[in-house]
Design a binder for this molecule. Structure first.
Ligand code: FES
Length: 570
């Protein structure tokens, strides 16, 4: 029978309940924003669109159970923690919901009791009336409501961001736009809240001028059944009385846990530099590093998503626990050998000696682009362009002319490459390397690279007319295109770090460009890229060549007239 991984179940439950709550919050905040028009319209929208979705029996069960499950699992995760040596963001995600819960529990409980137990209505008008009923507390209550909204929303956003930045390329690519919505939604919601509160306050004032002094209380009577009042009025004192006790108990458990892990540990974790840490059973290796203040990469904060915390087990007193689901996935995906483990998931049961694999002081940590930071395999096309006769030419021309010609050539190539969804990777003297990886499939990336080469060729022919007139010279190009599964990642040092590609396929593309001299042509394509791109190869005979570093012959397609290349209809 398949082994049930409790950690995975807990993780999935947390994610699913969190996602459901996030969707609810999103719709709730959008509804708040409608108060910018008026609270009557916001109530109308709530009744017509919001309630039908969330007030069905199934939705209510899912919503309330998600609320409870998410809180309980959050508490469970905190109680299990042995170290609170965390980043600011991790602290924010941990503390914000506890601050917000003080008010949120009252809000949820009151809503449930009024609507589900006593059959009343929880309208915006009622919420604003409740705030206006204590005039000396209006400012404070408004601040608390605003903070509650912000804290809950930000907690959700940090969670979603932590989840998607390692999983979704679409998310990473469109983060600027998504980030805009992350901020604009709570801002509009808070503005809506203030506008609605102000709207009811003005109405209350008008009513008082008309001699109706207890308009606010008439709102209560309209929405809350008489029998509900005594129960609803019990909520606040009860929450204020017991919430601090719950928090204090939680803090005590955390403290005991930390003391146990730090001072009564029985498991020795030894690092490759001979540093040792004594921790209690159940402590992860990452927590051990944090307890001892040993720098250890952990971009995802120990959630098993980024693999930056990985270690090599150099020796162990007894066998180490089997990898859990998160580790198993990482091991299978990356093809690690069995000694490589995730420090944030491994909880040793006996003495071990380990070596953290990633340099903890690497500047890469701040990049935030996890996938390219770690390197990933992508189906990309690579284009190399080089000026054939430029060294000779530069010796005969004035420096000003050389700079002008080179810049014009860079401009032509750069524009053509970018127009076809490529990116300039490097300038190597008068050579250019470009990567085409914007599309998911190699077919499209290959087609883009060939189209860019076509355009470069055509533009350079035009430019050569001007060159001939102005300088009595012509520029000759050599280009090579190959495609394949290639390692792409952030490489370099300090300010020179950039996303680039390395490996066999890059070398091949570069060698194809060099072959243009031997074949006296402008472009050499690999046969592979020709096939993948769907190029019409009727008049393009292939050749077998020996490439440096390749044992087998390599199929290439020399192209004399680049601008005549056409693709087969798809
Ligand atoms: S810290 Fe991210 S996987 Fe361990």
């Amino acid at each position: 029978m398949a082994r049930v991984d409790l950690n995975l179940i807990i993780r999935n439950l947390r994610i699913i309940s969190g996602l459901l709550l996030f969707i609810y919050s999103l719709m709730h905040l959008l509804n708040h924003s409608v108060n910018l028009i008026s609270y009557e319209v916001a109530d109308l929208v709530r009744e017509k669109y919001f309630s039908p979705i969330w007030q069905s029996f199934i939705a209510l069960v899912l919503l309330y159970s998600s609320f409870i499950i998410h809180i309980l699992l959050g508490i469970y995760a905190i109680v299990r923690k042995k170290s609170f040596n965390m980043t600011l963001l991790e602290w924010a995600q941990l503390v914000m919901p506890f601050l917000a819960l003080l008010l949120l529990i009252q809000h949820v409980a009151a809503g449930f009791i009024i609507t589900k137990v006593f059959g009343g209505n929880e309208t915006y008008e009622l919420v604003f009336a409740a705030i206006l009923s204590s005039p000396d507390q209006i400012v404070l209550d408004s601040i608390f409501w605003t903070l509650m909204t912000l804290f809950i929303w930000l907690h959700g956003v940090i969670g979603i961001h932590g989840l998607l930045k390692f999983k979704s390329e679409f998310y990473v690519r469109n983060f600027h736009l998504i980030n805009f919505f992350y901020w604009i939604i709570p801002i509009f919601s808070i503005l809506g809240f203030i506008a609605g509160l102000r709207g009811l306050s003005v109405l209350n004032y008008i009513k008082s001028l008309q001699g109706l002094d207890n308009y606010i209380f008439s709102v209560f009577e309209k929405n809350i059944p008489q029998q509900a009042f005594p129960v609803v009025f019990q909520i606040e004192p009860l929450v204020l009385k017991y919430y601090p006790i719950v928090i204090a108990t939680l803090l005590l458990v955390i403290l005991i846990n930390m003391i146990r892990a730090r001072f009564f540990g029985s498991i020795v974790i030894k690092y490759s530099n001979n540093q040792t840490v004594l921790v209690s059973k159940g402590t992860t290796v990452l927590e051990a590093s944090r307890i001892a203040g040993i720098p250890h990469q952990s971009i995802c904060g120990g959630k098993g998503r980024c693999t930056t915390c990985r270690i090599r087990i150099l020796s162990s007193a007894t066998s180490v626990p089997d990898p859990n689901e998160f580790e198993t996935r990482a091991i299978l995906k990356n093809g690690w050998d069995k000694d490589i483990r995730l420090a944030c998931q491994l909880r040793p049961i006996n003495a071990i000696t380990i070596l953290p694999i990633l340099n903890p002081s690497s500047k890469f940590q701040s990049s935030g682009k996890h996938e390219i930071l770690m390197g990933k395999e992508s189906e990309i096309a690579i284009l190399f362009v080089d000026l054939r006769n430029f060294t000779d030419l530069s010796e005969r021309k004035l420096p000003f002319d050389v700079v002008y010609i080179l810049n014009k050539y860079y401009e032509i190539c750069g524009e053509a490459i970018e127009r076809h969804s490529g990116r300039l990777d490097k300038f190597i003297g008068d050579g250019i390397m470009a990567i085409f990886d914007k599309q998911k499939f190699i077919e499209e990336n290959s087609r883009n690279a060939i189209n860019a080469a076509k355009e470069i060729s055509s533009e350079m022919h035009d430019f050569n007319r001007q060159m001939k007139a102005d300088f009595s010279e012509e520029l000759k190009l050599g280009m090579g295109v190959h495609a394949g599964n290639t390692i792409v990642g952030l490489m370099g040092y300090g300010s020179t770090i950039s996303e680039t590609a390395v490996g066999d396929n890059v070398n091949i593309a570069s060698r194809l460009e060099t072959l243009t001299k031997d074949f006296e042509c402008e472009l050499v394509l690999s046969k592979y890229v020709v096939d993948k791109s769907g190029l019409n190869s009727d008049n393009l005979p292939s050749e077998s060549v020996k490439l440096r570093g390749k044992a087998d012959d390599f199929e290439i397609v020399p192209v004399k007239s680049v601008t005549d290349l056409v693709f087969l209809e798809t």
